[in-house]
Design a protein around this ligand. Structure first.
Ligand SMILES: Cc1cc2nc3c(=O)[nH]c(=O)nc-3n(C[C@H](O)[C@H](O)[C@H](O)COP(=O)(O)OP(=O)(O)OC[C@H]3O[C@@H](n4cnc5c(N)ncnc54)[C@H](O)[C@@H]3O)c2cc1C
Length: 322
């Protein structure tokens, strides 16, 4: 049996989990075994029906005392219980922050290897996986061993494929959890301020780096972003210095952006930063150093002091808009 961990919200399976289900279905077909799903919370009718469209025959629903509290260790306990009871050939989750986090806990508890961010899986006694490394700049082919193979699927790497809908049997279970499993948990959610677009979905991103010089220096970047209906982000240097909150960080260890236009101001363009910006359709780099690495990666460059260039762009936009 192949088991897929399903992330869901508002009675809807997340697209990234549908990708994991697609891979799970294809793997199950090739190995001639059934596909089962697992989720935390109640299995709403819409979720059950959608799971059936991806070929799930059994859906395990873990009933937790605190179903709305995300706690990676608690979620992992649910999967480990299923793993112990039904010994699946593989457990697959989406390569989201949560999917990777939960599966890392599962791997540690079950003492099994985990291959994260896979883009392709081929069956066999050992699975052959292709996976993203170095923030996606390298593709690795690896052999995954273990009694049950644990893997996550890199988001946006697999086209969704539905099948003739199957009949889904829902099996609820209540895993044994302790307070320790809730030591690390989400205690609050802070939404982007009303009217502001999120960094990950913004069509225009104005990014600032060390060259901005201070937290106050970001005011002009904020103004430019507001004029363009965009969001402000930054390099790790600026989040490290406390000029911007961590959730504004763009890059390997921050948010990955995919705007139509990324205006990068006073950012050198280190590989760890560019990994988070490589899905940007166009990059405009403003930098005093013509040899900064970002200059060779940008579509448009302005060699100059951002504190002169950004106000000039703002003035021009205002003038054109009257
Ligand atoms: C494991 C690891 C993970 C990392 N993850 C990330 C990550 O997720 N995101 C990230 O950003 N970094 C990350 N980093 C750090 C990364 O390597 C760089 O150190 C960082 O991106 C540099 O930030 P910066 O471009 O703001 O600063 P610098 O590299 O110091 O560049 C500042 C730039 O500003 C220019 N400048 C200075 N003054 C002006 C001015 N007045 N006008 C215009 N230009 C000016 C300079 O010419 C220079 O090019 C990571 C590093 C490691 C080791």
């Amino acid at each position: 049996m192949i088991l897929v961990f399903i992330e869901h919200s508002n009675r809807r399976i997340d697209d990234t989990s549908l990708e994991a289900l697609t891979v799970g279905r294809q793997l199950a077909d090739k190995m001639n075994v059934p596909l089962h799903g697992a989720l935390v919370g109640s299995a709403a009718d819409e979720i059950v029906a959608r799971a059936g469209e991806f070929g799930v025959t059994v859906l395990y629903a873990a009933e937790l005392a605190q179903p709305d509290t995300y706690a990676p260790a608690a979620y992992a306990v649910c999967l480990v219980e299923l793993l112990d009871n039904s010994k699946p050939q593989a457990v697959i989750a989406a390569g989201t922050e949560r999917g990777n986090e939960i599966m890392a806990h599962v791997a540690a508890r079950a003492n099994l290897p985990l291959a994260a961010n896979c883009t392709d899986v081929q069956p066999g006694a050992d699975l052959i996986v292709t996976r993203l490394r170095w923030g996606g700049s390298l593709l690795e082919e690896a052999k995954l061993t273990g009694t049950s193979k644990l893997l996550t699927i890199a988001p946006n790497s697999v086209p969704l494929a539905t099948v003739e809908p199957t009949r889904v049997t829902v099996q609820s279970f209540a895993p044994q959890l302790s307070e320790r499993d809730y030591r690390a948990r989400v205690t609050a959610r802070v939404e982007t301020a009303a009217g502001k677009v999120s960094l990950a979905s913004a069509r225009v991103v104005v990014g600032g780096g060390r060259g901005v010089g201070s937290a106050e220096g970001f005011r002009e970047l904020e103004e430019l972003a507001d004029l363009l209906g965009g969001a402000v982000g930054g390099s790790r240097v600026v989040t490290g210095l406390g000029w911007r909150p961590h959730h504004d960080q763009i890059g390997q260890t921050g948010t990955r952006i995919a705007p139509e236009l990324y205006i990068s101001c006073g950012i050198s363009g280190a590989i760890q930063h560019m990994v988070g910006a490589k899905a940007a359709k166009h990059i405009l780099a403003i930098n005093t150093d013509a040899d900064a690495p970002i200059m060779s990666k940008a579509d448009y460059v302005v060699i100059g002091d951002l504190h002169q260039v950004v106000p000039a762009i703002i003035a021009e936009i205002k003038a054109r808009r009257g």
